[in-house]
Design a protein around this ligand. Structure first.
Ligand code: PGA
Length: 253
């Protein structure tokens, strides 16, 4: 595992974006796994800048890690400003780069047939040849995507309940600003499973800020346990790169 520590959030974001951009240059038709949350926003801004300077997304395919269950948008139609991860990734990255609509895959939070949809999502990942590079954030409870503590390392794409901590963190990061009442927040999500994520060829995890320091240390240097989903990175077969800012790295020994 490569652990890179940068001075600031901006430098962490630049470093992660450089890794992704170099990957796209080396394999223009690559399959990227995308993450949502506040951490990757800077990375996506850097990628948009690089796109304006020529980085080409025309052959790239993307698969998002997760989506709230019960909300979502149809990207082919005009949409309302909801708090879906589909809207997030579209606003923060996809609408700014030359990716083809048919190459964008996002779990459908509005599906009426979740089991069937989750299987379809897994099938689409396989059909695309698997995820080449998966970008990941980490939750304060150690989750990757919405694989909350206790998720099996072999779990697949499925509907999951969210922990109170995750609901609280997401409320503070996004919902409060959008004036949405806490009781109206979704408590379920569709998420790629740990098994799905661990089948990617390469993983890139980013984390920033003091509030992530403890869980980063547990994930990277503590015991490998399903109680901290991100500890699975320690036993991942392929290449893992972790990019942290100084604060997120402050509890590493
Ligand atoms: P954050 O979320 O980037 O908003 O901190 C990360 C995560 O929960 O995976």
């Amino acid at each position: 595992m490569d652990i890179i520590v940068k001075e600031s959030y901006e430098e962490m974001s630049k470093c992660a974006a450089d890794i992704i951009a170099n990957f796209i240059k080396s394999k223009p038709s690559c399959v990227l796994g995308l993450a949502t949350g506040s951490t990757p926003i800077g990375t996506y801004r850097e990628l948009i800048k690089m796109h304006r300077e020529g980085l080409d997304f025309s052959q790239v395919k993307t698969f998002n890690l997760d989506e709230y269950f019960g909300i979502g948008i149809d990207l082919s139609k005009p949409y309302e400003m909801d708090q879906s991860y589909a809207r997030f990734i579209y606003e923060e990255l996809l609408k700014h780069v030359n990716i083809k609509k048919e190459n964008i895959y996002i779990p459908d939070g509005l599906t009426k047939e979740p089991e069937k949809f989750c299987q379809w999502y897994e099938d689409m990942i396989k059909k695309a040849g698997g995820i080449d590079l998966q970008l990941l954030g980490i939750g304060r409870d150690g989750h990757l995507a919405f694989n909350e503590p206790g998720s099996s390392f072999s779990s697949r794409t499925r509907v999951v309940p969210l922990t109170e901590q995750t609901v609280d963190d997401n409320y503070e990061s996004f919902y409060r600003k959008a004036n949405i009442k806490k009781e109206d927040m979704p408590h379920f999500a569709i998420t790629m499973g740990m098994g799905t994520i661990l089948e990617a060829k390469q993983l890139l995890m980013i984390a920033s800020g003091k509030k992530k320091a403890k869980v980063v240390a547990k994930a990277l240097q503590g015991p490998v346990t399903t109680r901290i989903a991100a500890s699975a990175l320690q036993i991942f077969n392929g290449k893992v790169t972790v990019v942290l800012d100084k604060e997120a790295a402050s509890e590493l020994s």
